[in-house]
Design a protein around this ligand. Structure first.
Ligand SMILES: O=C(O)CC[SeH]
Length: 408
């Protein structure tokens, strides 16, 4: 339950800070205010806090501390991966007219999709958006592989979609691309770098960089009860995986990401990561129980007058997400959200929420008809959402849907 007796079911948009995360931030701001680059006590205190946080984040995803680069959030991390892949390509290939090629999905967050479209518009790259299947809401490794060409230098696919919750086959994609890389080496073709944006996966499902076999992985604090900063996993950035700074300055983060460190927020990200490391399966079990209860209550209340948009027999979902359409005229998702008294949710990605009344491009991309997509709600439960919250939401929705139907 949040303010004004509202019930928040938009945890994929952002999450509140866990109390211990807030305490870690406050403690660091109060006690570790020194410049981490300073050699005296105040600086050392700050650098110690950062070191401890880096260790927690690395441990959460099965990485080494040296593989974690702090930055401002998911958007910066995703842009840095694209920038580094292109720098790597140009360092490898000296033919000025040969453009780097990037393969991605048609489901990506704007912080992947838009930089790629911009670079394409500028004539700097070629990009292939591999369509997700309407039968699974996911891409396939084969679908990615068949788009590989000699100039391909990056494959980037999100680990789980923020609107449908569908988990993408990152392990399969990595294994397939790594196998192809072996044959490319002998042909003196660029290595294909592999990235996944794990923003919607961390804290909800197991994220292990050795199982995933990715070169890069984006970590976004505010999706797992942490602060609004992020980190980028880069597999041994000094020697194995290319990483190039987007901007230059004081040399922090081994010159990969300069700027005086945000010690307070880094401390918070470290605490949020430690909580995930220590409690993932407790969190996962709880949210899946409540999400499944939500979907059973929706089915019980609305019977065949709803459609779930992320449930497929051939793919898995993150355990907290329910994308549901209310079938029938006059039941647009935006109208329902404007009329409910308790529910706080979204029709899709928060970064699109101010867009004109249009169906989610993610839902239409996986073949959901326009009118059904227009009637969708994205409901994403949190660690502490209760079944009682769900019962209140169902009452709220039942009244509103009945009223909107009658008024249409
Ligand atoms: O899906 C969301 O709401 C967060 C990314 Se814009």
């Amino acid at each position: 339950m949040t303010d004004e007796n509202k019930i928040y079911l938009d945890y994929n948009a952002t999450t509140p800070l866990e109390p211990s995360v807030l305490s870690a931030i406050q403690d660091a701001l109060r006690d570790a205010w020194g410049n981490p680059s300073s050699s005296y006590a105040a600086g050392k205190k700050a650098s110690h806090v950062i070191k401890r946080a880096r260790t927690s984040i690395a441990s959460m995803i099965g990485a080494s501390s040296g593989d974690i680069i702090f930055l401002s959030g998911g958007t910066e991390g995703n842009n840095m991966v694209i920038h580094s892949a292109l720098e790597y390509f140009h360092g490898f290939n000296d033919q000025p007219d040969c453009k780097p090629h990037v393969i991605t999905s048609n489901l990506e967050h704007d912080s992947i999709q838009l930089p790629l479209l911009k670079l394409k518009e500028q004539g700097k790259i070629d990009v292939t958006f591999v369509p997700a299947s309407p039968d699974s809401g996911a891409v396939t490794a084969e679908g990615i592989l068949q788009e590989v060409r000699p100039s391909t230098c990056l494959v980037t696919v999100m680990m789980a979609n923020n609107e449908t919750g569908v988990i993408q086959p990152i392990e399969d994609i990595s294994k397939t691309i790594r196998s192809r890389n072996k044959s490319r080496l002998s042909k003196k073709l660029p290595r294909i770098l592999i990235h996944t944006d794990a923003a919607q996966a961390i804290g909800k499902i197991k994220v292990d960089i050795d199982e995933l076999e990715v070169d890069y992985l984006t970590v976004v604090g505010h999706k797992f009860y942490g602060p609004r900063i992020g980190a980028l996993f880069v597999r041994d950035p000094e020697t194995v995986t290319p990483l190039y700074p987007i901007f230059y300055g004081g040399g922090q983060e081994r010159n990969f990401r300069p700027g005086t460190e945000n010690t307070g927020m880094i401390a918070g990200l470290g605490e949020a990561s430690q909580l995930v490391k220590d409690n993932l399966f407790f969190f996962l079990f709880n949210v899946s129980k409540v999400r499944d209860y939500l979907e059973s209550r929706l089915k019980e209340t609305f019977e065949d007058n709803i459609q779930f948009n992320g449930k497929f027999d051939t793919s898995e979902r993150i355990p907290n997400t329910c994308n549901v359409s209310f079938l029938g005229r006059g039941l647009e998702g935006r109208k329902i959200l404007a009329a409910v008294k308790k529910l706080q949710a979204s029709v899709g990605a928060a970064c699109h929420s101010d867009a004109v009344s249009r169906p989610s491009p993610i839902l239409t991309a996986i073949g959901i008809p326009h009118d059904v997509a227009m009637n969708a709600l994205r409901l994403s439960v949190g660690r502490y959402t209760s079944k009682n919250d769900i019962d209140i939401i169902l009452e709220d929705l039942e009244v509103v849907v009945k009223t909107l139907k009658k008024d249409f």
